[in-house]
Ligand binder design. Structure first.
Ligand code: 5RP
Length: 222
């Protein structure tokens, strides 16, 4: 069993009957969705899933997990998702899979958030992983220029064929190659203030628990 699978299965154990569960996106969240699907089918676990991307929606549907839109539930009990980087104080960068917008919406309205990662994602300072910024296409080149002027080393995220990646909401992603983010909250507030920025991948003060896959086994950090 690989580390991603170990943490995916471990996190799925936190799901209990009757819960409304936010289902994250990515190669680690994949295993959590698989395990919840197994429990729904084999153990008759009764839950409602709220997905964070079209990809996860299709996966959960294929497994027969009952789903509702975030707009059709009263609350979300628990969201389980991956992350690209997590600092020691549980601040994170997400969006490597381009699903940051729905992921942040679901996480924000979730009573608890668990992140599942392998140990390579734990960092001292955020920023080595490029920070994704989701922007509407209209005016996106102006934002790109602004990021260049501020020396934030932007790059439009592209598909293998060179075309611009479109998110589930038909927006673009500009990745900021920062190297080190000294003041995540200040940067987040500035990005939030920019017209045309829909969301960014700084997930601050969101995670309640981090489940880490290590060579020695699964470690849970609260
Ligand atoms: C998608 C995400 C993912 O959770 C993040 O990129 C981690 O993915 P993986 O588990 O595949 O490394 O934020 O937008």
């Amino acid at each position: 069993m690989n580390l991603k699978q170990m943490v995916g299965i471990e996190a799925a154990n936190y799901v209990t009957d009757g819960m409304i569960v936010g289902l994250g996106t990515g190669s680690t969240a994949f295993y959590m969705v698989e395990e919840i699907g197994r429990r729904v089918n084999e153990e008759k676990l009764s839950i409602t899933g709220v997905t964070t991307s079209k990809r996860t929606e299709e996966h959960a549907q294929a497994l027969g997990i009952p789903l509702k839109s975030i707009d059709d539930v009263t609350h979300v009990d628990l969201t389980i998702d991956g992350a690209d980087e997590i600092s020691r104080d549980f601040q994170g960068i997400k969006g490597g899979g381009a699903a940051l917008l729905f992921e942040k919406v679901v996480a924000t309205y979730s009573q608890k958030n668990i992140w599942i990662v392998d140990e390579s994602k734990l960092v001292t300072n955020l920023g080595k992983f490029p920070l994704p910024v989701e922007v509407i296409p209209y005016g996106s080149r102006q934002l790109f220029r602004l990021f260049e002027e501020k020396n934030l080393h932007p790059a439009f995220r592209k598909l293998a064929d060179g075309s611009l990646l479109l998110t589930d909401s038909s927006n673009y992603i500009i990745d900021l190659h920062l190297g080190n983010i000294e003041q995540p909250k200040k940067l987040a507030a500035w990005l939030d203030s920019l017209t045309g920025v829909v969301e960014h991948g700084l997930f601050l003060d969101i995670a309640d628990k981090v489940i880490v896959g290590t060579a020695e086994g699964v470690k849970t950090m609260n």
